[in-house]
Design a protein around this ligand. Structure first.
Ligand code: FAS
Ligand code: PHB
Length: 395
């Protein structure tokens, strides 16, 4: 197979994992080529995560991507946990000395695109028919059809599979050499964006007999909400009026004088809820990072942060491998990354099963008891705070 392109690391996927990886590799003199199936505008504008944990903010600052985050990000001390007639603040700073920031994934993506474009990063957008080859050799290749319809071949030392939950990379690991864990939850999230100032200073996670609700935000003028809905729900099933009524009920409008401000809704998206892990996160010269290797339900605000943590481990491993032919960090990458993956998978499952209403009255009592304990006990609250604000990378 003759290659018309040559680089050290070919990265499949220009989401946060792929773009941050190219940024960190370049900082240590390692060249990469990024392949992305969508357009730059699409990747920059899709609405996804909203919360950056402390470790993510520390890393972005350390690699020159923290300037706009400092100006426009909103630092939060903690979150509120709520159930009918009760709302309690969990203060991460008091409990762990760590914070979280409200700074949407769209903003992180734009900062990454700006930085990589300014650095002259080779990114092929709108590619198709991406195929991986020779990943068990020391010179793997990726073939793809570029935006002009030409078949291209890029030969590299390493392939980084950062192509999310629907990309081809994870399936390139032979079944006999990998294991998959999956749990699908019996409910979905209905994501709502509205041009309205948040009615709260920090996020409210609310348990309710009608179903879970979350009040998040994107800025001082844009709020982000989520409602627990049955699987199979479609956005068109819910009128704006029905949405605001459910949010008001579940978030406790009128409780202790608190009111939910409503306004026009600008985006509605239904998100399935599942946990997924594929191990190992490496096969030969293919390394997986981010959603390509694992998916968490968004209740713990971990998806984006876990992708960043993977890349923070993968970048130095690839620098050593490519520059010094030293494979020690590459050999330990999967085991090290999976410790945090399973920690965040557990925490996301724990938050999800504590807050989402099922049909079992026994479970309901367990959930309410857990909420009372987590908000009343310093040990319980610290456990939540440690995981939500993010354990140090490499934990
Ligand atoms: P991404 O999916 O972001 O990026 C993968 C990239 O690979 C995409 O741009 C894709 O187009 C590209 N790709 C796929 N196949 C390809 C191919 N064959 N060739 C080339 N490129 C290919 N997390 C939270 O913490 N909170 C949230 O509220 C939240 N909401 C979410 C809502 C949605 C609809 C989704 C899908 C995810 C959400 N997440 C949330 C999780 C999300 O933030 C991910 O964890 C994060 O995007 C992971 O980043 P990447 O691993 O880079 O994967
Ligand atoms: C968001 O603002 O999109 C968000 C916040 C917290 C979560 C999930 C999503 O747990």
């Amino acid at each position: 197979m003759t290659a018309d392109l040559r680089t050290q690391v070919v990265i499949i996927g220009a989401g946060p994992a792929g773009m941050l990886l190219s940024h960190l590799l370049a900082a240590d003199g390692v060249e990469s080529i990024v392949l992305e199936t969508r357009s730059q505008d699409y990747v920059a504008s899709r609405i996804r995560a909203g919360i950056l944990e402390q470790s993510t903010v520390d890393l972005l600052r350390s690699c020159g991507l923290g300037e706009r985050l400092e100006r426009e990000g909103d630092r939060h001390r903690g979150i509120y946990l709520q159930w009918p007639h009760e709302r309690h603040h969990i203060d991460f700073v008091d409990l762990t000395g760590r914070s979280v920031w409200v700074y949407g994934q769209t903003e992180v993506q734009k900062d990454l695109i700006d930085a990589r474009t300014a650095a002259g990063q080779q990114i092929h957008y709108e590619v198709a028919e991406t195929n991986l080859h020779d990943i068990e050799s020391v010179h793997p290749a990726v073939t793809f059809t570029d935006v002009d319809g030409r078949r291209r071949t890029v030969r590299a030392d390493v392939v980084a599979g950062c192509d999310g939950s629907f990309g081809p990379s994870r399936d390139q690991v032979p079944q006999h050499a990998s294991h998959r864990w999956e749990r699908v939850y019996p409910y979905s999230w209905f994501g709502i964006l509205a041009d309205v100032a948040p009615s709260t200073d920090e996020l409210i996670y609310a348990w309710h007999g009608d179903g879970f609700a979350l009040h998040s935000m994107r800025s001082a003028t844009v709020s982000r909400f989520y409602l627990q809905v049955p699987n199979g729900t479609e956005s068109k099933d819910w009128s704006d009026e029905r949405i605001w009524e459910a949010l008001a009920t579940r978030l406790g409008h009128g409780q202790d004088g608190w009111e939910l401000t409503t306004a026009p809704i600008t985006d509605k998206t239904v998100l399935p809820m599942r946990s997924f892990v594929q191990t190992p996160m490496r096969h030969g010269r293919l390394f997986l990072a981010g959603d390509a290797a694992h998916i968490v339900p968004p209740t713990g605000a971990k998806g984006l942060n876990l992708a960043v943590a993977d890349v923070a481990l993968l970048a130095p491993a690839l620098v050593d491998l490519v520059h010094k032919d030293d494979d020690r960090l590459a050999d330990s990458y999967s085991d090290t990354a999976l410790r945090r993956v399973w920690r965040c998978t557990h925490f996301s499952w724990w938050m999800t099963t504590m807050l989402h209403h099922g049909q079992d009255p026994f479970d309901e009592q367990l959930q309410l008891s857990q909420l009372r304990w987590v908000t009343a006990s310093k040990a319980g609250a610290t456990g939540l705070a440690e995981n939500y604000a993010g354990l140090p990378i490499g934990f």
